[in-house]
Design a protein around this ligand. Structure first.
Ligand code: SF4
Ligand code: SF4
Length: 116
């Protein structure tokens, strides 16, 4: 029988309502690690659509990738992950999954990300 993987204990709560698309989180992650070019622990996507009323609607999604390891060298010392620390819009929170999950539903446009 396969041994079950333990559930992830920590994650990132991303409130993308106020994300400005500045890409600082991407840069902070790239500076913290020595990833190959093009590899980032987080990427910011732009989603543009035309609403039924004809207005253009642009949203930014900061999206952790498979390369995100949640900055254990920082968090074990009590510091925030690099992306969280440098986001001027305070869009991200690091914490225990069970605590972050309680925040979901408090307001719209929040997602909880946990590593595999
Ligand atoms: S938590 Fe750390 S590894 Fe993950 S995206 Fe943020 S800076 Fe990169
Ligand atoms: S999450 Fe924060 S740092 Fe990243 S693009 Fe959005 S506002 Fe900028």
């Amino acid at each position: 029988m396969d041994k079950k993987k333990p559930k992830p204990e920590f994650g990132l709560l991303i409130d993308y309502e106020y994300c400005t698309g500045c890409h600082t989180c991407e840069v902070a992650c790239a500076q913290e690690f020595t990833h190959k070019p093009g590899i980032r622990g987080i990427k910011v996507f732009e989603v543009e659509q035309t609403l039924p009323n004809g207005k253009e609607y642009l949203t930014y999604f900061p999206f952790p990738t498979e390369s995100c390891i949640l900055c254990p060298h920082l968090t074990k010392e009590g510091f925030e992950p690099a992306c969280v620390k440098h986001c001027m819009a305070a869009c991200m929170q690091f914490g225990r999954v069970e605590d972050l999950a309680k925040e979901i539903g408090r307001k719209p446009r929040m997602v909880l990300w946990v590593p595999r």
